[in-house]
Design a protein around this ligand. Sequence first.
Ligand code: HEC
Ligand code: HEC
Length: 256
Amino acid sequence: MRVAHVAALAASLTLALLVAMPAAAEETASAPEAPDSSVDDTTAFENDTYERGRSLFAQCSRCHELDPLRANRIGPNLFSILGRPAAALQDFRYSQGMRAAAQDGLVWSRDALDRFIADPRSVVRRTSMNYRGMEDATARADLVTFLTGVTPGEYAPQTPVATDGAATEIGAAAMALEGDAAYGEYLSGECVTCHQETGANEGIPGIVGWPRDAFIRALFEYKTNVRSHQVMQLVTSNLGDEEIAALAAYFEQLGE
Ligand code: HEC
Ligand code: HEC
């Protein structure tokens, strides 16, 4: 259990940034800059800049989704990319090159995004992203503005992901899954560094014994920024439907 616990933690770069865990400390020796909190500052965007960025995203949408409830494509989901450390999604297989860059502390600030879009290989030499680059600096600035300002559900050009019309509720796809409690127990190692396993409410809310749908909804509300709490947003950005369903099953059963 202890080993699984530490492994789960070390695997989560975003968490290692936020939780002062000695076991994961070597990973963060070069201390990447803190996530950019200007994400919420949507009022600052000029509309036409944003709209131009939206049409430029057509060059990326072949490979990237931009809605938190959608799976990765050829490239990782880019929802909430601003301030995200490179190679942070656990359900995407990044190249060696991208993982090395992440270890060197690459974080997707506006500037890093701009340079990567201009010429991917100048930022991550052996990236597997097969994109030539965008030369026009104004176009890049517009695209980055769009990328960093898009809200959940706003960019959904393809057919909806969830099946059977159950998609209207947030987290519906995860609610439809059984939820593997044993997998949930494994994943919970990350959670109980903050939330008490006993279910106690001491500063940090108790999460034991919740009905699973409510639990799933809460996690998706962080994942899609409906609830704003930076730590929980980062925690959930790494979790897919299956992980969230598993955690809900485990914590529900823990309360019985
Ligand atoms: C042909 C497919 C393809 C196209 C087109 C493409 N990408 Fe990518 N992108 C990828 C792949 C694959 C990766 C993962 C790269 C790696 O692991 O080295 C990636 C990675 C990224 C990352 C890093 C994400 C992370 O989690 O660290 C960003 C940012 C990004 N792409 C932005 C863009 C933008 C913006 C565009 C459009 C201008 C674009 N990409 C076009 C395939 C593509
Ligand atoms: C670094 C500390 C930390 C970690 C790690 C963490 N949480 Fe949280 N969590 C919090 C805090 C603080 C809140 C209260 C946030 C708020 O005010 O919205 C919270 C809120 C929640 C809530 C909503 C509680 C409520 O009363 O509405 C749920 C559910 C939850 N966390 C589940 C999890 C799960 C599952 C994990 C592991 C995958 C996890 N958390 C990992 C700190 C953490």
